[in-house]
Design a protein around this ligand. Structure first.
Ligand SMILES: [Zn+2]
Length: 338
């Protein structure tokens, strides 16, 4: 009984806001708020959670976002640790705005996509005020939150086996790309720049409107992973040091390949369905056309030898978390020199 009352009391203290200006900004403190989006069939209102950590001196606004994809819960843990444990806002220049659950609907059904419109929220930015639910979430985030941000870290996760890596968009002005790459270098994980443009991504939108952004890919879906959570926390504190928001020397990330400038990102998709067996590990160096895996059919015979499309390093075997493949599944991600 006590727990429920205490929980209700705490929840009632979380302010519903319609813009960040509505928050009373007490310096050195963390404010919890919710931003309404709409309502369910039973008229229950729904909102997205927002945390604002207000520094004690002027400085930039860093936006942290997680769970645009409903299974990628690692970023929630990084944000929680940063805001509730790691950062002393009395010593911060500027402020940190965090949206730990951008897509609560996809999270509720443990899916990448928004169930109401089957859309990938990370393909509809900047969204629309009159669109389906995913478009409205994107629009609310852009209009109410993003316009206050100077820099953005958007956490995602990749299924294991994978290592922590950072994606920097090849969109936006040279200045935005350079600043984003500076953030990625400060974060400290191996960093890739996709050569192809994907329409409607949050990071692509941010880059196009002049906001530097990095997308760290943590490890594991649906579960927290200590090593990548640590990397997310240390990496983000490194970014805050780089942006002059906190003092201190950058710390090295453990157990993950370090930053290297100018790496290309290549995804390899399955041609043949079947069961995949790997002959190379994540972080192994491979030569172009080297066999990295074999695919076997239901009768146990090899139907395909999977070859590396580039000379470089394997950074993930995402495969939708499943070693049974269907044509078109993502088998592996690689980094290689341009
Ligand atoms: Zn994602």
């Amino acid at each position: 009984m006590f727990l429920t009352e205490e929980l209700n009391r705490r929840l009632s203290e979380i302010t519903t806001i319609h813009s960040l200006e509505e928050l009373e900004h007490k310096t050195g403190e963390v404010h919890a708020a919710r931003l309404p989006i709409g309502s369910l069939p039973d008229c229950t209102e729904f909102s997205i959670p927002v945390l604002v950590g207000e520094g004690s001196e002027p400085g930039p606004t860093l936006l942290l976002t997680a769970l645009i994809h409903g299974v990628e819960i690692g970023g929630y843990d990084v944000i929680r640790r940063l805001i509730r444990e790691e950062i002393d806002f009395k010593k911060v220049r500027g402020r940190v705005v965090a949206v730990p659950i951008v897509n609560p609907f996809a999270l509720a059904v443990s899916n990448r996509f928004t169930p109401q419109d089957s859309a990938d929220l990370n393909r509809v930015f900047p969204g629309s005020a009159n669109g389906t639910l995913s478009h409205r979430i994107a629009h609310t985030l852009v209009e109410k939150i993003v316009k206050h941000a100077d820099y953005v870290v958007d956490y995602h996760s990749c299924n294991p086996p994978s290592c922590v890596f950072t994606i920097v968009d090849a969109e936006g002005s040279a200045e935005v790309q350079e600043k984003s790459m500076g953030m990625a270098q400060a974060f400290g994980a191996i960093t890739v720049a996709p050569s192809d443009k994907t329409q409607g991504t949050f990071s692509g939108y941010l880059s196009s409107v002049g906001k530097p952004v990095i997308t760290p890919e943590l490890v594991f879906s649906r579960r927290f992973d200590q090593l990548s959570s640590d990397a997310g926390v240390i990496g983000t504190l490194n970014v805050m040091k780089y942006l002059g928001m906190i003092d201190g020397q950058p710390q090295e990330l453990l157990g993950t390949p370090p930053f290297k400038r100018g790496l290309r990102y290549t995804a390899l998709f399955a041609k043949t369905g079947g069961f995949i067996y790997f002959s190379k590990k994540v972080t192994d160096h491979v030569e172009k056309d080297e066999v990295i895996a074999t695919i076997r059919n239901p009768w146990g015979e090899v139907v395909e030898e999977v070859r590396a499309p580039v000379t470089g390093m394997i950074i993930a075997y995402p495969m939708a978390g499943n070693q049974a493949l269907t044509t078109g599944d993502k088998i592996a991600y690689f980094t290689s020199d341009f």
